[in-house]
Design a protein around this ligand. Structure first.
Ligand code: CTP
Length: 399
């Protein structure tokens, strides 16, 4: 899929810059034309001579070539590319890209590029998990950029953790998949539910859960990246909507039910990822409930089961997928849910795996089909899990 694709490879000042040499080579071996743009500090780690010999093109770093005075047009470069890939991307370059600080050729080219942009962060574990970096990556995601999550392992600092730039072969695979138009969802209408629901007790209190919405948002982003028309029905979360996705905000299960059942008849594919509260207070107090000396009993009533309601409405050709969160008898319980809600497949999240599921960036899932086929996946980032789910739908239902 990379044959004749024009790719700008942006390299920044990270020890992982040495991997960019393999990356350039891999992309070229797969048929791509690669133009390197490197930051001044990137050149401290890897020489332009190595890169230009590999790519057969002069490496661009400054706005002007020092001895000839030749001007490099970031605008022309931005228009030339089929994709821009920043790998490795340091915390500093990510911050500049997120905030439009165009003080070097790489960020200026990024701002001029009309093509899809892929960013492969590489940094120390603590820098990667710093709120500033998290926020800047969320901003890039909200602009529609694709973040290629770093892997876990030994870091150059001597620390262990997440922050290693993804391996060149895997990055090339991600670009390959992106350009694979056979996996396109153009013309498909997709609905994704995400996040928790809040069930009001009184004006200041609610019943909720720990869902962050990250899994559902990653699924919505993955569908949108493949050309689907996506509606994201979202409970209260702190994430920004992925680019190109229509987001409808709801608070309670009842509101989510109303939006989802209204949207479903015009939907080709629905993925129910929300952690819907099963119960709501029978009554919402109009004023704040005062502390008494006695205990209090809260009467709860069941919420509607949104997935089951859509399962009843489902027409031939519509695809309905759900998630199951189980603590025991995982597969049997997930299969039971799949049947009961009339789903086409179910994605089982296990509570047994540390680091997976609620709140985190990773997830370990098992996909169970209607016919009973089981696909157990290793622990992956939520963006990779989202890619896998979208690819699964494309292979199982669209071919
Ligand atoms: N779901 C839903 N509406 C609900 C409850 C769940 O749409 N009121 C959906 C979830 O989005 C998920 C699937 O149903 O796709 C399974 O959710 P889960 O909470 O695991 O199952 P429940 O049916 O609530 O069963 P239990 O909590 O008893 O395990």
């Amino acid at each position: 899929m990379l044959e004749n694709r024009k790719i700008i490879l942006g390299i920044t000042g990270s020890i992982a810059a040495y991997k960019a040499v393999y990356l350039a080579r891999t992309l070229i071996k797969r048929g791509a034309e690669v133009q390197v743009v490197i930051t001044p500090s990137g050149k401290e780690f890897i020489t332009p001579v190595t890169l230009s010999s590999l790519t057969q093109k002069p490496v661009i770093s400054e706005f002007f070539t020092a001895n000839t005075g030749e001007w490099h047009s970031h605008v022309d470069l931005g228009l030339w590319a089929d994709a821009m890939l920043v790998a490795p991307a340091t915390a500093s370059t990510i911050a500049k890209m997120a905030n439009g600080i165009a003080d070097n050729m790489l960020v200026t080219t990024y701002l001029s590029a009309r093509s899809p942009v892929f960013v492969a962060p590489a940094m120390d574990f603590d820098m990667y998990r710093h709120p500033t970096t998290r926020r800047n990556l969320d901003l890039l995601r909200s602009y529609g950029n694709h973040i290629i999550e770093p892997a876990e392992g030994a870091l150059a600092s001597g620390l262990e953790g997440k922050g290693r730039m993804e391996e060149p072969e895997k990055i090339a695979d991600i670009l390959d998949r992106f350009f694979d138009e056979s996996g396109s969802f153009a013309g498909k209408r997709v609905m994704v539910t995400a996040g928790p629901t809040y069930e009001k007790i009184d004006p200041v209190r609610f019943i909720g859960n720990y869902s962050s919405g990250k899994m559902g948002y990653a699924i919505a982003a993955a569908f949108a990246a493949r050309g689907a028309d996506v509606t994201l029905v979202s409970g209260p979360v702190t994430l920004s909507a992925p680019a190109g996705v229509k987001r409808v905000d709801v608070e309670s299960a009842r509101e989510m039910y109303n939006v989802a059942t209204a949207c479903f008849p015009d939907t080709d594919i629905a993925v129910m990822c929300a952690a819907v509260a099963d119960f709501a207070p029978a009554q919402t107090a109009v004023s704040k409930i005062k502390r008494g000396t006695d205990g209090m009993t809260l009467q709860l009533v069941p919420n509607p089961d949104i997935a089951a309601a859509l399962g009843k409405m489902k027409k031939p050709g519509q695809i309905l997928a759900g998630f199951a969160l189980e603590s025991d008898n995982e597969e049997a319980n997930a299969r039971h849910k799949l049947e009961k809600k009339n789903l086409d497949f179910i994605v089982l999240n296990s509570l047994a795996d540390k680091g997976a599921c609620f709140g985190g960036d990773n997830n370990k899932v098992t996909v169970i089909s209607r016919s009973g086929d089981i696909k157990a996946c290793p622990m992956k980032s939520k963006s990779e899990v989202a890619e896998d789910i979208v690819t699964y739908i494309s292979e199982m239902f669209l071919k």
